[in-house]
Design a protein around this ligand. Structure first.
Ligand code: PLP
Length: 504
């Protein structure tokens, strides 16, 4: 993506410089109060343009790693975000690092070690657009379930019993899409809870949705083809598509979910010929705004994909958590033989570090995918799969989801109530539905949501700026707030801090 030109060449370099200075601050090589070299000097020393250095400094200033003191220069902040969050864990700063010459040497050393130069263009694009947060826990980290309530004793009991007499095969590589018992359990769950049309032979156990998307694109895509992605949409898809050289066409989302262009529409030309190879969609709970894809759009999408030979990839990342009304059935199950690859994850229902998810494939391509999965990733983790299978078969999985649902519903209601009380009813995004692990708080169109998120991060509040979920310029401003991982009593104080960051 992105036209070749000076701006696109400079971006990876400023990201690389930003990353190496941030790394040096995080590991203590650059101690608090260290004076940073003037931008002009650093640019000359590293052979970079002034702009490159300026963008890197600006990002570090916005995120609170650096502070500027008028007239005296730029310094490493005393409360750089990670140090603030992990007090006591940060590395001890090296003695005597408070001279600009030391900062020079540290940055030059780190920069020389940064692998950016040798990266392929696609590797550079991936790093330049890296979006995963370095912190994954705390109020209001979007998308993270309550990890304290995970029934670890029960899980450990099952795991301990299996480990007392492990089946030797379970300690070896996996083949054929994963442990049959888990594939059976997943198929049974999806048929009942998500109305997915499947049996175990169509199920493939993955290391999460990212891996599933990677496999889909490698197996069915050819460089140069295009994919429709939701606008705004899940940033994680973009990285995978970037490295596969699949072009992305952002499809705006409205209150009915992803829009489809009608002929005569200005966007028609994007897909008229050739049609997109893939359509990535979150029909049950559009990510991040929350709309549900209407039945009419579902039918249109299926009809379009059948006609044009496109694959719909249904990302059903958090649909177990809907707090009112009926569960929204999957798109995959709406019609027999739908051109849909259904993907899901245990990241929200169990825990993200488990790195386990699943895909349901049409019968004609399932065996090829199962073979490819073993060829590409040398799959394994059968002991973990056996544990999860038993956890599901014994009813613990369904019970855990049942217990978490009202808990998350209450947390959501508390947070939504605070947003409405302090910022007015319009501040909750209009597409927001009563579901999932996060909600979207709107900010005025001229607000700098990236700066607000950086200020909040520096005070230990993790939020994501809505504008970062857009590929194009017509971004709405707002913040994604995850409530599922925040205990009830911690919601109001954390929100208070966030308000202070908003007003700062
Ligand atoms: C829409 C969406 N899809 C996929 C994922 C990632 O799933 P996994 O952890 O299985 O890779 C997330 C994580 O937040 C998500 O929000």
């Amino acid at each position: 993506m992105g036209p070749d030109g000076v701006a696109s060449l400079e971006r990876p370099l400023n990201r690389a410089l930003y990353a190496c200075v941030r790394g040096a601050i995080q590991d203590g090589s650059l101690a608090p109060s260290t004076r940073m070299p003037p931008q002009r000097d650093l640019a000359a020393e590293l052979g970079l343009s002034r702009n490159t250095v300026m963008f890197a400094y600006e990002q570090l200033l916005a995120e609170g790693y650096l502070t500027a003191r008028t007239g005296s220069g730029t310094f490493v902040a005393d409360t750089a975000p990670e140090r603030f969050l992990h007090a006591g864990v940060a590395a001890t700063p090296h003695a005597g690092t408070s001279h600009a010459t030391t900062a020079h040497a540290t940055i030059a050393h780190a920069h020389a070690a940064a692998p950016m130069q040798g990266l392929s263009p696609r590797g550079q694009r991936l790093i330049a657009n890296a979006s995963a947060s370095p912190t994954q826990w705390g109020a209001f980290m979007p998308g993270v379930p309550d990890l304290v309530r995970f029934p670890h004793r029960r899980y450990a009991q099952i795991a301990a019993r299996l480990w007392r007499q492990p089946h030797p095969e379970w300690l070896s590589y996996s083949h054929g899409g994963g442990l049959p018992a888990l594939r059976e359990a997943v198929a049974a769950h999806l048929r009942v809870a998500r109305s997915v049309r499947c049996d175990a032979s169509q199920v493939l156990i993955t290391e999460g949705i990212h891996q599933a998307i990677d496999l889909v694109v490698r197996m069915l895509g050819t460089p140069g083809e295009t994919a429709w992605v939701e606008e705004p949409g899940y940033w994680g898809i973009r990285g995978v598509l970037e490295v596969s050289d699949i072009g992305m066409v952002p499809m705006p989302v409205d209150a009915e979910g992803m829009t489809l262009p009608a002929s005569g529409d200005a966007r028609f030309g994007y897909w008229r010929r050739p049609a997109p190879r893939f359509i990535f969609v979150t029909p049950s709970h559009q990510y991040p705004l929350g709309a549900v894809l209407t039945l009419k759009r579902r039918r249109e999408l299926l009809e379009f994909a059948r006609r044009e030979g496109s694959w719909i990839v249904e990302d059903d990342y958090d649909s177990e958590f809907r707090f009112s009304g009926q569960p929204i059935p999957s798109l995959q199950g709406l019609e027999p033989d739908a051109p849909v690859i259904y993907i899901g994850t245990f990241s929200k229902t169990l825990y993200p570090g488990l790195r386990m998810g699943y895909m349901v494939l049409p019968p004609a391509i399932a065996p090829a995918f199962q073979t490819a999965h073993a060829e590409l990733y040398r799959a394994g983790h059968l002991m973990t799969q056996a544990t999860v299978a038993e956890f599901m078969q014994a009813g613990d999985y369904a019970a855990h989801i049942r217990r978490m649902r009202p808990l998350y519903a209450r947390r959501r209601a508390i947070l939504a109530g605070l947003i409405e009380r302090y910022l007015g009813p319009g501040a909750l995004h209009a597409h927001t539905s009563n579901a999932g692990l996060h909600l979207v708080m709107r900010l005025p169109d001229n607000a700098d949501d990236v700066a607000v998120a950086a200020r909040a991060g520096a005070r230990g509040i993790m939020v994501r700026p809505l504008s970062r979920y857009y590929m194009g310029p017509s971004a709405e401003r707002g913040l994604l707030l995850g409530y599922a991982c925040v205990p009830e009593e911690a919601i109001a104080p954390a929100f208070q801090t966030l308000l202070e960051c908003l007003l700062a």
